[in-house]
Ligand binder design. Structure first.
Ligand code: XMP
Length: 486
């Protein structure tokens, strides 16, 4: 049999952590670093799930800002998903390398549409489409409030080139800050000697970079983001478009990752994209994890059926209790690749337990789905006055139906709709800003590390993995009641 008997049949509510002598002076000093893949370290090892009620660009951006990461879901067209990834990549880093520009002859209507589609507040204006020669800058303030003049060309409203403050490519952060302040401006286009656009620096991006040094960024200072692909159909085209959009990692996400379908997909992806970071899942066993590592996965996603919107265990009897799965996978592959514990987290202590028992990051779905940053609108229950949002499993009938809506009538759509659902829809309490929720999680993790007698999560993890029985107390039904019933 695989896996330690101590974890057999166990999950989060089955253990308490035995408190250790505290060694932390200030909780703020506690380090929580983990990793998504070997190439993507995280200051906060928390990842938002690739679900259509959890992660699009807004969530991914907010997660990266907090030191975590978001995985953009794939229940949308290839173009739409690539655009979501681009939005995240474009929105940070103190230099926007390829800023969006529209030609001076374009209409205001077109300008409004472009700003909305790309989620930006201002646009560079170029002499003619694709020329790259800077003609001016159209900021939000230049746009009239009413749509009455929407058919007029942008050049009538922009600040023209000769009145713009610009800088050369390669301008330092300090120099950019000085120019922005000296001229009391918010945007600094970078142009070369020929007047061609080479980048854009904005005040808000510089402020973010200064204020949030722990956010998850790539080598160029842009936010990191991952995106999901499937293992059939157009997955290679999707992967290609996501790579072109600048994605930092692809997550090959299928319900049963220990499968022939996964093998074919990963081989094809590796052949085409070489060393792009490929997270693979889901699996719940030692054999499944070894299979993925042998295929060349850059990280293994673990979780068969623990998710809140998930009915797999109920409908098929397949599944592995989540803490057993995480530990069993760690025993099998160690730290050769990071392990992502996906699903089943209901309390912040579950995140700590997953990370202590082998995970390097934890993926959250329902816990994040009530925040402002998740897709979907806030519903007000007229009977109770409570605010809620919708959370749904990706194979719930509602999610499947909407994802396939555009393809209605095709064979793929018909097959998917005929497959009985293994996911369901629920309403979750509205939570407000993600930042507040993440601050709570961070605080609880720091307290947990302090009870763990160390000053970093990594050292508690190393201690527990070396000797789990010394630190984890298995609970009886009575002690579980005493602990969790409130
Ligand atoms: P939590 O518990 O954090 O779980 O909401 C999020 C994870 O649940 C998985 N997921 C599903 N599993 N049927 C399933 O069997 C589904 O329809 C489904 N939708 C999501 C997924 O791994 C996610 O990250």
């Amino acid at each position: 049999m695989s896996g330690s008997p101590f974890f057999l049949g166990r999950t989060y509510d089955d253990f308490l952590f035995r408190p250790q002598r505290g060694r932390v002076g200030s909780r703020r000093a506690v380090r929580l670093t983990g990793a998504f893949t070997r190439g993507i370290p995280l200051e906060l090892p928390v990842v938002s799930a690739n679900m259509d009620s959890v992660t699009e660009s807004r969530m991914a951006r907010a997660m990266a800002l907090e030191g975590g990461l978001g995985v953009v879901h794939r229940a949308m067209s290839i173009e739409a998903q690539a655009r979501e990834v681009e939005r995240v990549k474009r929105s940070h880093g103190w230099v926007v390398e390829e800023p969006i520009a529209i030609p001076r002859g374009a209409t205001l209507r077109e300008a409004r549409e472009v700003t909305r589609r790309h989620g930006v507040t201002g646009l560079l204006v170029e002499e003619s489409r694709g020329s790259g020669r800077l003609a001016g800058l159209l900021s939000q303030r230049d746009l009239p409030w009413s749509a009455a003049r929407d058919a007029e060309p942008v050049e009538r409203f922009m600040t023209p080139f000769d009145r713009l403050v610009t800088a050369a490519p390669g301008t330092t952060l300090e120099e950019a800050e000085r120019l922005l302040y000296e001229h009391r401006i918010e945007k600094l286009p970078l142009v070369d000697d020929a007047g061609v656009i080479r980048g854009l620096i904005t005040k808000s991006d510089i402020s973010l970079a200064r204020e949030r040094p722990d956010s998850t960024k790539d080598g160029k200072g842009r936010f990191r983001v991952a995106a999901a692909v499937g293992a059939r159909g157009d997955f290679l085209e999707r992967a290609e478009a996501l790579r072109a959009a600048g994605v930092d990692a692809l997550v090959v996400d299928i319900a049963h990752g220990h499968s022939d379908v996964m093998e074919h997909a990963v081989k094809a992806l590796r052949k085409r994209f070489g060393d792009l970071e490929l997270v693979c899942g889901n699996v719940g066993t030692a054999e499944g994890a070894r299979f993925l590592v042998d295929l060349g996965a850059s990280a293994v996603k673990v979780g068969i059926g623990p998710g809140r919107g998930c009915r797999t265990r109920l409908e098929t009897a397949a599944g592995v209790p989540q803490l057993q799965a995480v530990h069993e996978v760690w025993e099998a592959v160690g730290d050769s690749v990071p392990i992502i514990a996906d699903g089943g987290v209901r309390f912040d202590k579950d995140i700590f337990l997953a990370l202590c028992c082998g995970a390097s990051s934890v993926m959250l779905g329902s816990l994040l789905s009530g925040t402002d940053e998740s897709p979907g609108t806030v519903i007000l229950d007229p009977a109770t006055g409570e605010k809620r949002k919708i959370y749904r499993g990706m194979t719930s009938p509602q999610a499947v139906f909407e994802a396939l809506y555009d393809d209605a009538g095709t064979e793929e759509a018909d097959t998917a709709l005929e497959t009985p659902a293994e996911g369901q829809e629920v309403q979750v309490a509205y939570q407000g800003a993600l930042r507040d929720l993440i601050q709570r999680i961070r605080g609880h993790l720091r307290s947990a590390v302090s009870y763990g007698g160390e000053s970093s999560l990594r050292s508690v993890r190393a201690k527990v993995l070396a000797e789990p029985e010394a630190f984890l107390i298995p609970l009886s039904a009575a002690s579980r009641r005493e602990s969790f019933e409130r």
